[in-house]
Design a protein around this ligand. Structure first.
Ligand SMILES: [Zn+2]
Length: 239
């Protein structure tokens, strides 16, 4: 069936949402990779958890709060999470320069490419001979926000051949996002983020949503891998 990895893009989620998602994966005992966006006590605690691998999630969009240019943005995030070996860009902002910057800075895995529902995904080794660096690109197969927009039919995942990297967002897990209205109702009421009690009343409890996907998958997934494990097996020819 191919390897499965569960990843999270933190996307500046409030601590209570990160905590909630982390407690779910802890309950199911699954190994995960988290792409961090900001300094927070919860993120830093999570980064030291045994079954969590840490990556970073740079935002290169205009108006970013992470730094004044791509290099600075990366350096700022690397200062907060020095253990990060993998990277995924926020909102799929990407370019040849950005891809090379990740290799230049010594990242081992770049998971910025989204290939929603594509069969037979494999990692790809990108070599940069001019700077004597290389990086493994590990595209992702499914995301909770992609499901909302595209309705790719998650339930077929168990049959899909190839590597399946799944991308979740802590706030979508907390809200059990099933459609954009669920998310926007909360965001529009609390643009600067509310607390647990504020957010609770916006949780989708009727339709199948992001949390239901995570719970359903977690209960029959078996062993999930970190992106570093997938990279190692790929480089050693075991994949
Ligand atoms: Zn993001």
């Amino acid at each position: 069936m191919g390897d499965i990895a569960i990843t999270f893009d933190v996307d500046w989620a409030p601590d209570f949402a990160i905590d909630y998602a982390a407690s779910l994966i802890d309950y199911y005992g699954i190994t995960t990779t988290w792409f961090m966006t900001h300094r927070s006590p919860v993120c830093e605690k999570l980064a030291s958890t045994k079954f969590v691998e840490v990556g970073i999630h740079p935002n290169f969009l205009q108006g970013t709060t992470q730094g004044k240019n791509p290099f600075q943005i990366m350096k700022n995030l690397m200062d907060i999470f020095p253990e990060a070996k993998s990277v995924r860009t926020h909102a799929m902002v990407y370019s040849a320069q950005i891809a090379q910057l990740f290799a230049m800075l010594g990242f081992a895995v770049d998971s910025s490419i989204y290939l929603g529902g594509m069969k037979n995904i494999k990692p790809l080794l990108a070599r940069y001979s001019s700077i004597n660096k290389q990086i493994v690109k590990i595209p992702y197969y499914w995301s909770d926000d992609g499901e909302v927009s595209q309705n790719l039919g998650w339930k077929d995942i168990s049959k899909a051949p190839g590597l399946k990297v799944l991308c979740f967002h802590p706030l979508h897990i907390f809200l059990n996002t099933d459609c954009w209205d669920t998310y926007l109702n909360y965001k529009n009421n609390f643009p600067k983020g509310g607390d647990f009690k504020d957010a609770e009343e916006f949780i989708n409890r009727d339709k199948f949503g992001a949390k239901d996907y995570l719970v359903q998958m977690s209960s029959y997934l078996g062993k999930t891998k970190t992106l570093s494990e997938i990279k190692e097996e790929f480089l050693s020819g075991k994949d």
